[in-house]
Design a protein around this ligand. Structure first.
Ligand SMILES: Nc1ncnc2c1ncn2[C@@H]1O[C@H](COP(=O)(O)OP(=O)(O)O)[C@@H](O)[C@H]1O
Ligand SMILES: [Mg+2]
Length: 247
């Protein structure tokens, strides 16, 4: 029996699978799961005292040794708290789960669809070039603020972007940043190439590429990283380019 317990305490936790209504430290009530990945699981929760909805990312212990990862991610989010396109950090917490110490990160709850879900609801699973440029502009403006703080995103793709509002333009937020180590000039270039990759994807990808107008193809630069960097150099240049496009 003893051995069995020991094995359990050191074994990997693959999933928390918290049920609706479960209380976390008498502070939060689980509503539903929002997403899951290698690192942990994200749930929509209600903060009991205020009834405010929040999101909590629970870190799997084997992906968060000595709470290093959750701490780094928290600090990065806190540093970027004045960037309007960044998920807002609330607090860090810990709990006991089947005798194990688990750390979790509380953040604002982003109402809205991920960009991939938003696209799946659009006709042809893509948006037109004008809307795509507006969306690209929102993303680029947000990331420019992040780069100005000498930070980078590092993992930009359709599932790490949330569309909070759309209409005349888009309000976007990005989450799930890469947070290991200081940024290098390559990290900024990678964000630049990734944001253009997102633009290419929302326009319909490869199947539609040749049908686009010249300026759209100029921005995509055939997704050739060297060419993208040569043309736009950095986020600020790309933002300037978009703001001065002639229609
Ligand atoms: N604060 C949040 N508000 C709303 N949805 C969220 C929030 N955080 C995460 N999600 C959802 O959960 C998914 C997984 O979260 P994420 O932080 O990207 O973790 P992973 O490392 O598993 O990709 C996201 O793609 C998004 O759909
Ligand atoms: Mg993610």
């Amino acid at each position: 029996m003893k051995n069995k317990n020991l094995k359990f305490l050191t074994s990997k936790i693959d999933s928390f699978s918290f049920k609706e209504g479960k209380l976390i430290n008498q502070q939060y009530k689980i509503i539903r799961m929002l997403g899951s990945g290698l690192e942990g699981e994200v749930y929509l929760v209600e903060e009991l005292h205020t009834k405010i909805l929040r999101a909590i990312k629970f870190f799997k212990p084997h992906r968060n040794i000595k709470n290093k990862n959750a701490k780094l991610y928290s600090k990065k989010l806190h540093k970027l708290r004045n960037c309007q396109a960044i998920l807002q950090y609330v607090s860090m917490g810990e709990m006991i789960y089947w005798g194990r110490q688990i750390f979790f990160l509380v953040s604002e709850y982003l109402e809205g669809d991920t960009l991939s879900k938003y696209l799946s609801k659009q006709k042809g699973k893509r948006i037109d070039s004008f809307q795509s440029i507006l969306l690209l502009h929102s993303l680029v403006s947000g990331l420019q603020e992040v780069h100005a703080e000498k930070e980078y995103h590092g993992d930009l793709h359709l599932d790490n972007i949330i569309i909070e509002r759309y209409g005349l333009g888009y309000n976007v937020k990005v989450l799930d940043m890469f947070y290991h180590g200081k940024s290098s000039s390559q990290d900024y270039k990678d964000d630049l190439c990734d944001v253009i990759r997102v633009f290419y994807d929302i326009l319909g990808g490869k199947n539609h590429y040749n049908k686009h107008q010249d300026h759209v193809r100029f921005i995509c630069a055939g997704l050739k990283k060297n060419l993208i960097i040569k043309r736009f150099k950095n986020m600020s240049f790309l933002k300037y380019y978009l703001e001065n496009l002639k229609w």
